[in-house]
Design a protein around this ligand. Structure first.
Ligand SMILES: [Zn+2]
Length: 359
């Protein structure tokens, strides 16, 4: 893994975010205005800036670019609680909700029907979505050296914790390896995504995918938080932890959706994270009385990285997302879960703020 050059203990200078001037050693929430609603409510994107006394990298961590993908909001709440400004080198910009409109409406999109993650870099005079993209680029990305973007699967679809990154970029690859997610999908950047535009500006960004839209998942939240802390250590923003031999992630270069061969009621036979063989039966679709049944088979060997949780399907619906892996590789989804699952779900009475989310 390449290491990052961190300036020695140079003192930080003031930083300016959204018109606010933040002194070294200061943590503050800055409200960056976005277009108000037509009911005349002011809306703002809240950015929590933690500006360490010592100079270093500036990392943004953002969630809910897709307004129904909320797992990252909780990851960021825990991250902000966890960071001790006295131990921080550089600056953390935490943006739990980028698409404020979408979160209010439980919607992936903005009110103009556009997808924010296809609208970067946007423009100050463009569509509503383009303006939010532009504001984010100018007020956040332009002030940062690195970024982590948190996403989830869609509605009724969950994703196994994974990093999506363009691994040909050495800085992106190093952040990906540092994060330590069990699975890495080497994916080319999409046009108009934050990842593409930020990387083109020289700000390497990795994307963490986990969980399902409009849901929390304790293990996936823990994996995300741990990954971000690992990246901050790699960047020299936090002191390195005790050296543990980290398991190498499984790298996948190709993924494929398995579509329903028939309409009907779908019974899933494999869990998220399951390693499946070529042609294995992974689901059965039947009519409501179970008179006619159609098997769903894996078109290739690999790992189930995404799954539709809704048993009501039309022919052609995407049911399973399978990632290729090296034929000798063994994917240990169970040990990943065991490692991160809280041993005790009893909320600590003295500190409910740190209690795990019950399953
Ligand atoms: Zn998303």
């Amino acid at each position: 893994m390449t290491t990052v050059d961190v300036p020695s203990s140079k003192a930080a200078t003031h930083c300016k975010i959204g018109g606010a001037v933040i002194a070294p050693g200061e943590a503050r929430t800055v409200e960056i205005p976005v277009a108000p609603t037509y009911a005349h409510d002011d809306l703002a994107m809240s950015v929590h800036v933690v500006h360490g006394k010592r100079a270093g990298p500036a990392l943004f961590v953002c969630a809910a670019i897709h307004g129904d993908e909320i797992n990252g909001i909780e990851i960021i709440r825990r991250l902000v609680k966890r960071i001790d400004i006295k131990k921080l080198r550089g600056t953390l910009l935490a943006i739990p909700i980028v698409n404020v409109y979408g979160v209010i409406a439980h919607s992936r999109y903005l009110p103009d029907g556009r997808d924010l993650n296809r609208s970067f870099p946007g423009s100050a005079t463009g569509s509503l979505t383009g303006r939010v993209a532009h504001t984010f680029m100018q007020e956040i990305v332009a002030h940062c050296t690195h970024g982590i973007d948190l996403h989830t699967g869609g509605r009724h679809r969950s994703n196994f914790p994974q990093i999506r990154a363009e691994l040909t970029d050495p800085a992106v690859r190093a952040m990906t390896e540092a994060f330590g997610a069990p699975l890495v999908i080497n994916s080319a950047v999409r046009d108009g995504s934050l990842r593409q535009c930020a990387t083109e500006m020289g700000v390497p960004v990795i994307l963490y995918e986990s969980c399902e839209a409009l849901r929390f998942d304790e293990v996936h939240i823990r994996a995300g938080l741990k990954g971000i802390i690992n990246v901050m250590r790699h960047l020299g923003m936090l002191r390195k932890g005790r050296a543990k031999t980290r398991k190498k992630p499984i790298f996948s270069r190709q993924t494929q959706w398995v579509r329903a061969p028939a309409s009907g009621i779908h019974r899933m036979l494999v869990t998220l994270g399951a390693q499946v063989a070529d042609d294995q039966v992974i689901g059965v679709i039947a009519d409501p009385l179970g008179i006619e049944e159609t098997e769903v088979r894996a078109p290739r060997a690999g790992v189930i990285i995404g799954r539709s949780n809704l048993p009501l399907v039309y022919a052609g619906d995407a049911l399973f997302h399978i990632a290729d892996m090296h034929e000798d590789a063994v994917f240990e989804a169970d040990s990943f879960h065991e490692e991160l699952m809280p041993s005790d779900f009893q909320p600590p009475e003295d500190d409910p703020s740190s209690a795990p989310i019950a399953v």
